[in-house]
Write a protein that binds this ligand. Structure first.
Ligand SMILES: N[C@@H](CCC(=O)N[C@@H](CS)C(=O)NCC(=O)O)C(=O)O
Length: 108
């Protein structure tokens, strides 16, 4: 999903959903692989395509703690890194725990 506002405040679902943001650029295989994993988890995420935007790239670096490669992924505003880190978190079982943590913003 690429919607900027994926959650419905106050809904039962929103209380158990993490807020996921993924910065991507066009023609990025790592971005595709990361989104595929998230899709497989059945979670909603906000995709920010920074291909054509130096401002978005700057924002990505700031929010991710200096990450300059694509993708950069944040879960509840916590930078988790790129595609490899996402897959590693999944393999260790930590990703499911992070995804199960609701975002403070989504609780009404
Ligand atoms: N280890 C990184 C590798 C990511 C990577 O190399 N991404 C490429 C695009 S697919 C990239 O950002 N290249 C530099 C650029 O596009 O500015 C990850 O797992 O996300």
């Amino acid at each position: 999903m690429t919607s900027g506002i994926p959650y419905k405040a106050g809904s039962k679902e929103s209380d158990t959903m993490a807020r996921i943001v993924i910065y991507t650029r066009m023609f990025c295989g790592f971005c595709t692989a990361a989104k595929k994993l998230l899709d497989g988890k059945g979670v909603e995420f906000e995709e920010i395509d920074a291909s054509m935007s130096p401002e978005r790239r700057k924002e990505m670096a700031e929010r991710s703690g200096g990450g300059r490669t694509f993708p950069q992924i944040l879960i509840n505003d916590q930078p988790i890194g790129g595609c490899n880190e996402l897959y590693a978190l999944d393999a260790s079982g930590e990703l499911d725990k992070l995804l199960a943590q609701s975002s403070p913003e989504t609780i009404s």
